[in-house]
Design a protein around this ligand. Structure first.
Ligand SMILES: [Zn+2]
Length: 152
């Protein structure tokens, strides 16, 4: 099922959720995730890839929404609330994409508040609040209003 101009529902949920809920899997996906992906797609003007499990030979399935008991990623990851997404901007270097999003996230819009650094070949953006105290202490982690999640 198409969820925006360039994205299908299968691209943002895992195989188990889609198998169980079919088109009702849309319940698990936030408007933020759909609109952010489409906005990134429009901004870069090239395809953006999230999950690939539904394609021949594809094995990526936890890059959009993750079920609460997902074996992959942090236990309290915002992927579980569909407020974080991993993606490849096809044909673009992930560092270039990272820098471009930091520079223009307000223009890309839709409350991208976090971005992960140090990813290789892919990018992660999210929409979570950062408490002001943390911001005061760790100002170096903010760049042009975006909170940088450092990958270790
Ligand atoms: Zn992620």
């Amino acid at each position: 099922m198409k969820i925006s101009n360039n994205f299908d529902l299968k691209e943002v949920v895992c195989k188990r959720i889609y198998t169980q809920y079919s088109e009702r899997s849309i319940w698990f996906v936030t408007p933020w995730m759909i609109n952010t992906l489409q906005s990134i797609r429009n901004y870069f003007g090239v395809p953006v890839e999230v999950n690939t499990w539904w394609k021949n030979g594809g094995n990526k399935q936890y890059r959009g929404h993750r079920p609460y008991d997902c074996p992959e990623g942090a236990p309290n990851s915002f992927h579980k609330m569909s407020l974080a997404v991993d993606f490849d901007v096809i044909g673009k270097d992930s560092i270039e994409v990272y820098n471009e999003i930091i520079k223009n996230h307000v223009k890309i819009g839709l409350d991208i508040t976090t971005i992960e650094s140090g990813t290789n070949g892919w990018n992660h953006v999210g929409n979570r609040n950062i408490d002001p105290g943390f911001r005061e202490k760790f100002d170096y982690r903010f760049k042009n209003g975006l909170f940088i999640i450092e990958r270790r």
